[in-house]
Design a protein around this ligand. Sequence first.
Ligand SMILES: [Zn+2]
Length: 75
Amino acid sequence: MPAQKKSAKLLHCPTCGMIVRPQDEDFPFCSDRCRKIDLGKWAVGAYKISSPVIDPEVLEDLGGLGTNRGGGSHE
Ligand SMILES: [Zn+2]
């Protein structure tokens, strides 16, 4: 296990909690699978919940995702 550095910031996959790095292909998720699970979860929630309750944390997450949606997104 490498020594910890102050500059190293560990982030966790929102789906499974695994440690991810900003340079990872599927950041902020650890894998494409977790990304799809998370998107599916929100899609289901959007249909189930009619009232626009948005958590500030969610807005931050969406902002972070914005930088990661340049291409390769197939919907
Ligand atoms: Zn994950």
